[in-house]
Design a protein. Structure first.
Length: 85
């Protein structure tokens, strides 16, 4: 199984969108400083994830969410998550 995930920095509330096949391992890599782009924003928590059958589908979704047109979709996801909490 492949995943697209959204991390939230507990330090400055910035978001990070990524994809992986192992969510817990990837979160640990982010929080242990092994990911250069997020090292200064540690620690992180996973605030959202989606499952995909293939890595290609996950990469496509990750790229979409990172693009400007994905911004509205990202906002919708986060708003629906906050309503569930």
């Amino acid at each position: 199984m492949n995943y697209v995930y959204i991390l939230k920095s507990c330090k400055d509330n910035c978001l990070y969108v990524g994809q992986t096949y192992n969510l817990q391992k990837r979160l640990n890599r982010h929080n242990n400083g092994h990911v250069k782009s997020t090292r200064q924003r540690r620690p992180f928590e996973i605030i959202y994830s989606e499952k995909f059958e293939s890595r290609g589908e996950a990469i496509k979704r990750e790229k979409y969410l990172k693009k400007l047109k994905g911004g509205n979709e990202l906002k919708r996801i986060l708003e629906s998550k906050s309503k569930q909490s």
